[in-house]
Design a protein around this ligand. Sequence first.
Ligand SMILES: Cc1cc2nc3c(=O)[nH]c(=O)nc-3n(C[C@H](O)[C@H](O)[C@H](O)COP(=O)(O)O)c2cc1C
Length: 398
Amino acid sequence: MTHEFTAQQFRQVLGQYPTGVVVVTATIPGAPPAALTIGSFSSVSLDPPLVAFYPGKDSSTWPKIQAQGRFCINVLGADQEALCRAFATKGADKFAGVAWHPAPSGAPIINGAVAWIDCEMEDVLTLGDHYLVVGHVTALETESQDLPLLFFRGGYGRFLPSSLAASESSLAEFLPVVEAVRAELESVARDCGSECNLAAQIRDEFVVLAGAGAQASPRGKRPTRVGRRLPYLAPIGAPLAAWGDPADLDRWVSPVSDASVDGLERWQDTLDVIRRRGYVIGRGDTPYAAMENAIDERTGRGADPALLSALVEVRKTMLDQPSIGSSDDKYDVRSLTVPIFLPAGRVVQMGLYGLQADMSSDTLRRCVRRLLQASWRCTESLGGEMPAGFPLPGTDQH
Ligand SMILES: Cc1cc2nc3c(=O)[nH]c(=O)nc-3n(C[C@H](O)[C@H](O)[C@H](O)COP(=O)(O)O)c2cc1C
């Protein structure tokens, strides 16, 4: 080489740049599937949808994949380091003992991969001792919310957001709470036939700490919400706002409010109703679905515009807390939440999500009673104190 640096330096310096790890796979007629580990993968273009990676000229696997004209990119999970190594080993029977299922192209999707991207070959260029392969994306899916595997300075690891590091310790203080309410969470989920979660405010975030019954939701199976972190903004965490630190209220309402319609004053009235009743009802299929989508599609943290506008729609329905009327009435309830009081004036919330549409008032009343009962039980077992006037289950202040 005629450069002012050695190959070792080149590798060492470029090793300062972290990458994810994918396995590129293809089925080969009459032979086992072919695959190789790739760190040089990246997204290229949305319109048309293109991705790219750089296989080495010395790869014996790449020519086999190239000959098929299509391949599937598998994004490995943080606990798939062994697979990453296996698919980087020359000459080995790479798929021995590896469970997979076919992508639409037929190429293997490795079980446990976080995401997959099915491609047709768009272009292959020669660049030095590597090829640049451009794939045209034909199908893609996120398979799990697990963290991806990362490669950095020759070692493997997983993603840890810097601001999360500080709040991990705040999460730990809730572990005894989770432990104490777990049985009740499960029992409420069973009794009400829907997902039941425990959530808390941690600084400026609303964090789902634990859950039960995610698979039982009448609105269809969905991945658990446990671990979700959302900005603590109205209407998310209304029971926390109603019974939590009043000094936080302004911050909870302001960033998304149109003061003339749903400012602090309007919320104060609603929170009064909520405090009197002991529970919060979230309604409305369409705005809730939009909010769930905005949450699912978030790639960052904090309050992005899509989430903010979805919140505005949901808060409109929340500001108007319905009273539970005659037995003929139907309620399109999406969430039902109550507070749990911890010692030292702290509050967490328990809530049912994914409830059936068209709930009868009897069913709704039964779920409210069950949640109020859980609130009393959990508060007692955690050594907290119910505020004066908090309704007893069955006193029906609806
Ligand atoms: C974390 C990691 C990232 C890798 N990234 C690439 C890459 O971007 N391009 C490449 O050609 N090889 C890469 N490799 C090496 C190939 O996986 C390996 O050379 C290949 O599988 C060799 O086997 P083959 O002859 O069957 O192709 C990587 C290996 C590891 C462990």
